[in-house]
Design a protein around this ligand. Sequence first.
Ligand code: KIV
Ligand code: ZN
Length: 513
Amino acid sequence: MADKLIIFDTTLRDGEQSPGASMTKDEKLRIARQLERMRVDVIEAGFAASSNGDFEAVKAIADVVKESTVCSLARANDRDIARAAEALKGARSARIHTFIATSPLHMEKKLRMTPDQVFEQAKLAVRFAKNLTGDVEFSPEDGYRSEVDFLCRVLEAVIAEGATTINIPDTVGYAIPELYGNFIKTLRERIPNADKAVWSVHCHNDLGMAVANSLAGVKIGGARQIECTINGLGERAGNCALEEVVMAMRTRRDYFGLELGIDTSQIVPASRLVSQTTGFVVQPNKAVVGANAFAHASGIHQDGVLKARDTYEIMRAEDVGWAANKIVLGKLSGRNAFKQRLQELGIELDSESEINAAFAKFKELADRKSEIFDEDIIALVSDESVTSEHEHYRLLALSQRSEMGERPHAKVAFAVGEQEFHAESDGNGPVDASLKAIETKVQSGAEMLLYSVNAITSGSTESQGEVTVRLQHGGRVVNGVGADPDIVVASAKAYLAALNKLHSKSERVAAQG
Ligand code: KIV
Ligand code: ZN
């Protein structure tokens, strides 16, 4: 029987650290359920001590996820670790992941600690965590740029204290595959008790090598856990992409020879859910989950694929969950059919009133759009007005007039808390006019960093437009996403969704702060 490779997903922790990717508790819960459905071995649900919001999200995930281990990050101190343990109390299988930086640069400039102090703190942290849970992971942050002798000393000590997983982060994405693989091999060879822990890789993508480095960590270094995120979401250039590393392992099983527990048919639904939730669009030529990943445009390729698929295809689209866009529901579909489709998509709304709100939105949409696809349903339940989450800003009505050669004008009605506002403005275009109208009353002072529009389902102008707006204010960056067949309305919804996120001022501590 081949060795098992553990897939550790950190979309909800490291992925969420990407500016603008912060998610609400309900959004995180929905993604965690999808990760569980995909049979991810470990879900890093957040960093419980970083904010009350993150604590609640980790707790909610720990309470509902049963098939995957649920993990919380914690700095190497008693308060963070106790907070993580508290949030994880309800989990069937829980892991505490504690970390402290070990590179000379981080210890001296960031932590202002001596190597001996870091050594002691790492040991004490693992000892403390081990008293609270049997499953303890330790990460030497910036591990790849740490001195090997010092790292061996720290890692041997934390394994002796009971760490069951040792993760080697390439925190700044500096590694090269062969060198990273050999680094892990050296550590495992030099540390006498190395065989008492599972070795793990955690690679960032600054030089575009996160997946290659992770694979080398497994093949050369002998690691048996890969830390990764859906769509490679993560700070800066992101983390190792789950879909790529999993499909590389599976497609080239002849070379890697490892067992994976992942249900790969859940990969594309997970990718769409993360992209629709965060507003981080997947590039069309992205491996495995990009819209073009299985499209054969050239005549020679098409001819080859028609004669024998494996002439140009190394994976089957259906194996990663690409089903042809299905028209699932329409105007005449009833509440039961709608409810059943929600279940099939794995969407669990919390109450009958949420189902009713979602169904009312669905009916509204079906009146305007004859074919409703799965993506439309995901967008619809992502709408905060459907879930019980508090919405401070709500769009009530919008009308706009634009004519070639004329300056567009928009009128917007929206609620702020209990109060209703009516505003109007001109603008360079109808979207600009609508958002300016909202700003005349809200005066958020936020700076817009990004505005993007995408068709939710490809192939037709009947598709809903999905708009992402990224705003920055007071040092915080948030994304708002809105969907509607009318892209001006979608834009106003996205703008108000971003304002809602700015309004919920949950401050958090950065994991690498
Ligand atoms: O990249 C990193 O070093 C991390 C650690 C906190 C594990 O994400
Ligand atoms: Zn990281």
